[in-house]
Design a protein around this ligand. Structure first.
Ligand SMILES: *Cc1c(COP(=O)(O)O)cnc(C)c1O
Length: 395
């Protein structure tokens, strides 16, 4: 942030400490690369988007990263020990840190296909002698299945439970479930798991963006999914390039054989260093220790505050929605008709982006939409003030 911007930032920041600040505190950097590189940093009221670098790691994660960065250890030994701790927290048989949820899906699928057969591991993505199909509900067939097809498998879509049972044959390697689309499909989690168990086919679930609620860390392990994949750098606020693969012990063991330090495998490019591995654990430990009820109340207070400010402009309607699955956090929609206010949603988004400080929100046909779960301390007031300023400017 340039000095001029910093002054402006400070001038809009709350003056006294009497009002709750909300959001989380982040220590100031020693050397300011953002300014040095001429980067635009911003207040993230959009959410955990990869393009926006998703989330800010907890200070505890950075401490863990710094601490472990000073020593050599064997990569497999860190994975062993950290995996045990993660498995315990998440009530899974076993776990391993991967290079994100996507990489967890690649490695998990590889493990399912190859087992511990080193010849098969070296052979992927050629599937000679292996199963070749992953079954997916049609409504779950999103771009993320590319993680699965990277191993060489083919996706076959089904829609009903009857179709699922009929489709399973000797070529069926795995059944994949996308939690974010659970409500769009015709087959429930429990039915999916039961079908896998009945036919002896492993089930995998993608819960990349599905904490909060914290219980989702163990819910799907307890439900009986053989493999569970989650992002480490979304709401868990671990390293952005980390994730977790957890589940059946034999499958985690097999999956790791396609991962570094081993070369000659499809997972060689999905390296996680010891800092990310331990950072992932630190994030998880921090995440399960925080007061989630209090955090939720803080979020509600913040979105309500922003809504109340925005509504000072005549013609503004607001609603607070909570997506039931994925990014389950209070989300504020600020809406208006262009008859009342000539400003277009995309124009407001741009004005907030180009203002000082820069703020990112989402825009749609009806207005803008924002979340507060990625905000730093006190930022919700700045967001509220800037939105109202821009709305008042418009005729
Ligand atoms: C973000 C996301 C992924 C990818 O996760 P990474 O941790 O970025 O690899 C996969 N699936 C879904 C549904 C996601 O939202």
């Amino acid at each position: 942030m340039k000095r001029r911007e910093l002054l402006k930032y400070l001038s809009v920041a709350p003056a006294g400490a009497a009002l709750p600040l909300g959001g989380f505190a982040m220590p100031a950097p020693k050397k300011d690369y953002i300014t040095e590189l001429g980067l635009r940093s911003f207040i993230n009221a959009a959410g955990t988007y990869t393009a926006m670098t998703a989330s800010l790691m907890y200070p505890e994660v950075m401490e863990a990263i710094n601490a472990v960065s000073k020593s050599y250890v064997m990569l497999d030994e860190v994975q062993d020990k950290v995996g045990e701790r993660i498995a315990k927290i998440c009530r899974a048989e076993a776990a391993t840190v991967t290079a994100g949820c996507w990489s967890a899906m690649v490695l998990g699928t590889a493990g399912v296909l190859t087992g511990t057969d080193l010849k098969k591991i070296a052979q992927l993505p050629r599937l000679d002698g292996m199963k070749s199909v992953v079954l997916v509900q049609k409504s779950h067939n999103s771009g993320y299945v590319h993680a699965l097809t990277n191993t060489g498998v083919r996706i076959v879509e089904i829609e009903t439970l009857e179709e699922l049972h009929k489709a399973i044959n000797e070529q069926t390697a795995m059944l994949w479930f996308l939690n974010a689309h659970a409500n769009l499909g015709k087959i429930s989690h429990e039915e999916w798991v039961a079908a896998g168990k009945k036919h002896g086919v492993p089930t995998m679930i993608d819960i990349a963006a599905d904490v909060p609620p914290v219980e989702n860390l163990w819910r799907f392990n307890e439900m009986g999914f053989d493999l569970v994949c989650i992002s480490g750098g979304k709401a868990l606020r671990g390293p952005q390039s980390a994730g977790i693969l957890m589940g059946r012990k034999d499958l985690i063991k097999a999956a790791r054989l396609s991962a570094p330090p081993r070369g000659g495998t499809i997972g060689r490019g999905m390296k996680v260093n010891k800092e990310e591995i331990v950072g992932m654990l630190a994030a998880l430990e921090k995440y399960v220790s925080i007061d989630h009820d209090k955090e939720w109340k803080d979020w509600m207070n913040q979105v309500e505050y922003i809504a109340a400010q925005a509504k000072q402009r005549k013609g503004i309607q607001t609603e607070i929605v909570i997506p039931p699955l994925a990014n389950h956090t209070p989300t504020l929609n600020i809406q208006w008709s262009t008859g009342d206010i000539s400003l277009k949603p995309a124009e407001l988004q741009l004005a907030l982006r180009n203002g000082a400080p820069s703020i990112e929100v989402l825009a749609n046909d009806k207005g803008i939409s924002l979340t507060v779960f990625m905000l730093r301390e006190g930022e919700y007031k700045i967001v509220a003030k800037r939105i109202l300023e821009e709305l008042k400017k418009s005729a």
